[in-house]
Design a protein around this ligand. Structure first.
Ligand code: HPA
Length: 290
């Protein structure tokens, strides 16, 4: 097992697991040494095109992922790879700007390190955001959808391999993976800020391609309302280690075949920018309510 490769996404050897524990500990120590008086209970993963919120924090403490042992270094445009701690609406938060997707790597450990380090520094709630395609005509481009549940259609699971019981159990339940009470607070924040907020199930494909129209029809049949290439692994890792999860999708396009628009990453970022202001309003109010 010593030779087991982390890059296959399974069968990690003892050396990989031990190194991961060291990375979580070292990242924890570095983050804690930099937080000053901040005691964040919430970490916010900023999805594609939503990173600007990280730059709105007051008294920011910035740590590049490359300085955090084991953290994921993003490789694509729109994801910068930086942890920013600071105050949002008077509340201590950590913003995680960028992460590595499972179309960039088969190695789940960088994402595990990032999320478990959040738990290790005292975070209790993980807010997950993403850019997604809509699977319903009434959920329109630039609108937001609170995630009620997810379907893991990625063909992989970040928890495959040796389980480290110190982080969480072998068979974690996913019944209330997306926390209903926190989602109620998110809806309250939406009402207060007049931001339209849909609700629905998010299905994750692994990517890195946009889906075919047939796959989109399948996703609709399976009961999803939005489609993307992220967030499910984040939620699974977070729930496994006991973090509560809440989050939303910013709709950047209609799913393939549901409109005439040509799908591209540039287009996704362009449409994300149009909805980002509402996202920021919503999250800024939400952190005050939890
Ligand atoms: N499919 C998958 N991922 C996405 C999409 C989509 O239509 N839009 C934004 N991310």
């Amino acid at each position: 097992m010593a030779q087991a490769s982390a890059t296959l996404g399974h069968d990690h050897g003892d050396d990989v697991v031990a190194q991961h524990r060291k990375n979580v500990e070292a990242s924890k120590a570095l983050i804690l040494s930099r937080l000053g008086g901040l005691k964040p209970k919430i970490a916010i993963i900023l999805g594609s095109g939503l990173g600007a919120l990280g730059d709105k924090l007051h008294s920011p403490v910035r740590i590049a992922y490359k300085d955090l042992p084991g953290f994921p270094i993003p490789t694509i445009v729109g994801h910068s790879g930086e942890l920013i701690a600071g105050k949002l609406n008077g509340v201590d938060v950590i913003a995680l700007k960028g992460r590595k997707h499972f179309y960039e790597t088969s190695d789940p450990y960088p994402l595990k390190t990032m999320i478990r380090a959040m738990k290790a520094v005292g975070v209790e709630v993980l807010f997950v955001s993403n850019a997604a395609g809509s699977l319903r005509a009434d959920i329109k481009v630039s609108e937001l959808m609170a995630i009620t549940d997810h379907i893991n259609w990625m063909g992989m699971n970040p928890l495959v391999g040796a389980n480290d019981d110190d982080f969480g159990p072998r068979f974690p339940p996913m019944t209330d993976a997306w926390d209903p009470a926190l989602r109620a607070k998110l809806k309250e924040a939406a009402k207060k800020t007049n931001v339209p907020l849909h609700e629905g199930v998010y299905i994750a494909f692994r990517g890195p391609m946009f889906e075919t129209p047939a796959e989109i029809r399948m996703a609709i049949t399976l009961g999803a309302q939005a489609v993307g290439m992220s967030s499910v692994p984040d939620c699974v890792i977070a729930r496994h280690c006991g973090l509560k999860v809440v989050g939303c999708s910013l709709i950047t396009n209609m799913g393939a075949g549901l409109s005439d628009e040509k799908l591209s990453h540039a287009h996704t970022l362009e449409n994300a920018a149009r909805g980002a202001a509402n996202f920021e309003k919503l999250v800024t109010e939400f952190v005050k309510l939890i």
